[in-house]
Design a protein around this ligand. Structure first.
Ligand code: COA
Length: 322
């Protein structure tokens, strides 16, 4: 019987510096009221120079390993989702590997924007199921503050920095349904121009800034995420009534509320961190998961539905029995 991927531990890291909407409004032509009304965001964390994707990913990974009672020697592989790596190479995952003192296994970065953590979870789950690894760190770590266009008030107020991680451990078939029940990932490259970064290290003199056509992204997000959630439930012959917690991508309070309503979940069953973190892209789902895990809301045995969508367009869902 193939192994299941158990979420053995969860960890997170947020930069020390918190920037409120009011502070942002000192340098950007915006208001606290506009940001709150349209997005629900009240504040975000911005990285100091040393708080890179590798640094924050390492801290989140350490916390996830500690939460699992695991050691660096238990790690067979590291998959790190990011759009803001420290360097083109080595992969940020390998900077984390070195910092943790992990000396075996594989490591690579995965670029799927805000759906990166769901994508990474899907890849790690497949590797565990096929017996290629027994312990995998799945990390989302982002420093979007470095790719924001401060002249574009429609985007620069929406994002923050941070990292989240889970340690997946192979659980042999015990008859229990604990672990990742399913993942579903999708992409539509023809929508690449509604949310993108207009540069990269491979482009001359163009490190790149985030560009977004907000309304179009909003429209696709509501439709695609609803499909991904339904797909997860159908694949497991479950209904929304079976779901204990929705942990959605934290981009916009209005999208999150729409998803909760679609599922018919009581608002207190939807984990929301967008007020405090803003959109941390690949880090947003594990950061939210970690918060509800640490404060005791999410408990072992409960069914948790994760979903995210990002530039690409990429989107997906994961259903997990904790
Ligand atoms: N502060 C104040 N005014 C702002 C502003 C800001 N930060 N940003 C934009 N505005 C203004 C615009 O200039 C525009 O003014 P105008 O009507 O005088 O031209 C007005 O607000 C409406 O702008 P618009 O971009 O149409 O707003 P919107 O209602 O679509 O909301 C978003 C913008 C970004 C909040 C919304 O589109 C959204 O949430 N999209 C999805 C984003 C998302 O989820 N992205 C991540 C996916 S990973």
């Amino acid at each position: 019987m193939p192994s299941r991927s158990i979420l053995a531990g969860i960890g997170a890291y947020l930069p020390e510096r918190i920037v409120s909407n009011a502070e942002l409004a000192l340098t950007v032509d915006t208001t606290d009221a506009w940001i709150r009304e349209r997005t629900g965001i009240q504040q975000r964390h911005f990285s100091a120079p040393h708080e890179t994707a590798a640094f924050m990913g390492t801290e989140a990974a350490k916390a996830a390993l500690a939460d699992a009672g695991a050691l660096p020697s238990d790690v067979d592989g590291i998959i790190l989702a990011t759009s803001t790596p420290d360097q083109a190479f080595p992969a940020t995952a390998l900077r984390v590997q070195a910092a943790l003192g992990v000396t075996k296994g594989f490591g690579f970065d995965l670029a799927a924007a805000c759906a990166g953590f769901i994508y990474a979870l899907s890849v790690a789950d497949s590797m565990i199921k096929c017996g290629q690894a027994k312990g995998v760190l799945v990390i989302g770590s982002e420093v979007y503050s470095r790719i924001l266009n401060w002249q574009d008030r429609g985007t620069c107020v929406l994002f923050g920095d941070g990292a989240g991680a889970v340690f997946l451990r192979a659980g042999e078939g015990t008859g229990s349904d604990q672990g990742i029940l399913s993942t579903h990932i999708h992409a539509q490259g023809t929508l690449g121009d509604i949310l993108y970064v207009d540069g990269a290290v491979g482009q001359p003199d163009k490190p790149g800034h985030l560009v977004m056509h907000g309304r179009e992204v909003f429209r696709h997000a509501v439709t695609r995420l609803a499909e991904a959630v339904q797909e997860a439930l159908d694949a497991n012959k479950l209904t929304a009534d079976d779901v204990d917690w929705l942990v959605p991508h934290q981009a916009n309070r209005r999208i999150i509320d729409a998803m909760g309503r679609k599922l018919g979940l009581a608002p207190e069953r939807v984990v929301i961190t967008v007020e405090d973190h803003a959109n941390t892209s690949a880090a947003s789902v594990p950061l939210a998961l970690c918060q509800a895990w640490k404060d005791g809301r999410i408990k072992r045995g409960e069914l948790v539905l994760l979903e995210a969508l990002g530039g690409g367009l990429v989107w997906g869902s994961a259903l997990v029995r904790m």
